[in-house]
Design a protein around this ligand. Structure first.
Ligand code: FAD
Ligand code: SF4
Ligand code: SF4
Ligand code: SF4
Length: 384
């Protein structure tokens, strides 16, 4: 049965929990706020199914190099609502047109990030836009399997490790399944996200940070990737019930600083099991960073997507989308977006950040962590 002894060896995909025939695995949050499986030994029959489906224990064998495309949705409104080129919505609409069902990550009423499905075009708006928090899969793998067994077309979107978990959980190929993942920097814990949001609300409403209240009562909209000031200089946008709106450029926002300096990521993200050549998806979507250098003529700063196509079926679907497409050289796009192929490095001060983040506020934890990193660098230099 599954037993987590090294946290970097579990990406939290929930495939093990979803497959257990005895329902004896539950996901429990650790101190950092990341979920890990825990087995109720009294009910376990030692069938080993949970180990068989684990994408860390059983990663995909090497896949061939994908084709790379720049992609821009012709519908500018949808593109502006999306994080990069708005290609996800186009793919999803294709599936819905065939009476299919689309799974993706969205917010619940308390601004937690969770996986859900929709059968309507309107329902897609909840999935649009990157949420930089690990989403809870819940029963999505089980529901997707039910739809697939009924013969319905299913589009499942998520991080590469979630797609790997789904594919292992299904244990057989389905012709009616299409999978889309994103190039993945890594995911912060839900606990870090909720603390940031709680503190932001307290500041705006002048409430003491020790007080508790439902976030649903205070926040009406969140966008991690608002393009109001452009795609490349994107902002964290928070809209509150009291009409106040915050639009913070990503480089000034503490949550994004902590995320992009890799302090808050899940341990598995530093040794990701599902990077390029190990992904199990049909299509991978990303930001086309570097488009302003490679093809300035198509960059209008409203968002350009990078599309990696892993098989012929996905390629024929892509060619039918209502978008501008331009083939690219894979090595050139990787040079501008190293997260495609490589895991980010674990910072020396990560554990320090998580140790003090419980004890102080978000900004102080970030500041203390960056000065601790500087201190450690100086000590290392003196030692050398
Ligand atoms: C956690 C995370 C890290 C990323 N890191 C990078 C990166 O380093 N480099 C890069 O080029 N691109 C990265 N991306 C991808 C990029 O931000 C866009 O999501 C992608 O280009 C698709 O954009 P779009 O405009 O086509 O569609 P959008 O409408 O913007 O994308 C929505 C899609 O993202 C999925 N999604 C949103 N949040 C989550 C989540 N928390 N967990 C799982 N799936 C989610 C939805 O299910 C949907 O499929 C990341 C995305 C996420 C979610
Ligand atoms: S060994 Fe079988 S019964 Fe036990 S936890 Fe794993 S899947 Fe469940
Ligand atoms: S990686 Fe997924 S399947 Fe493996 S132990 Fe973690 S949650 Fe379970
Ligand atoms: S970096 Fe890898 S392990 Fe981490 S969430 Fe993304 S796909 Fe999963």
């Amino acid at each position: 049965m599954i037993k987590i002894t090294d946290k970097s060896r579990c990406c939290g995909c929930e495939a093990c929990r979803s497959v257990c025939p005895k329902n004896c695995i539950s996901m429990k949050a650790d101190k950092e706020g990341f979920m890990y499986p825990q087995v109720d030994l009294s009910r376990c029959i030692d069938c080993k199914l949970c180990e068989e489906v684990c994408p860390v224990l059983h990663p995909a064998s090497s896949t061939k190099a994908p084709l790379a495309y720049a992609g821009i949705n012709n519908d500018t409104d949808i593109r502006l609502q999306s994080s990069s080129g708005g290609i996800f919505t186009l793919i999803a609409e294709q599936i819905l047109q065939k009476n299919g069902v689309v799974f993706g990550a969205c917010f619940d009423e308390h601004w937690n990030v969770i996986h859900r499905y929709t059968e309507t075009k309107e329902g897609l708006s909840r999935f649009r836009g990157s949420k930089y928090v690990q989403s809870h899969i819940g029963d999505s793998f089980i529901q997707a399997k039910q739809f697939l067994d009924e013969g319905k077309k299913v589009l499942f979107s998520g991080t590469p490790c979630q797609i790997a978990g789904l594919k292992n959980f299904l244990r057989k190929p389905y012709q009616n399944l299409l999978t889309v993942d994103v190039v993945c920097h890594g995911v912060p814990s839900p606990k870090v996200w909720q603390k940031y949001l709680h503190e932001s609300v307290c500041k705006v409403y002048h409430i003491r940070q020790s007080s508790s209240f439902p976030l649903a009562d205070k926040v009406t909209d969140i966008n991690f990737r608002s393009k109001e000031k452009g795609w490349k200089g994107f902002c964290m946008s928070l809209v509150y019930k009291n009409q106040k709106k915050e639009m913070i450029p990503f480089y000034n926002d503490t949550y994004m600083n902590v995320f992009l300096s890799n302090l808050s990521l899940r341990p598995s993200c530093y040794v990701c099991p599902a990077k390029l050549y190990h992904t199990q998806s049909d299509i991978t979507l990303a930001d086309f960073w570097g488009i302003d250098r490679l093809h300035p003529e198509i960059d209008d700063d409203k968002g350009c997507g990078l599309i990696l196509v892993h098989n012929d079926h996905a390629l024929s679907l892509l060619k039918g989308l209502n978008c501008q497409l331009q083939e690219q050289k894979l090595n050139e796009v990787i040079a501008f977006n190293p997260n495609i192929a490589h895991s980010v490095k674990e910072p020396v001060n990560r554990n320090f950040f998580y140790m003090i983040f419980h004890k102080t506020n978000f900004v102080s934890a970030y500041k203390a962590s960056t000065s601790s990193a500087l201190f450690m660098r100086i000590i290392r230099k003196i030692y050398r």
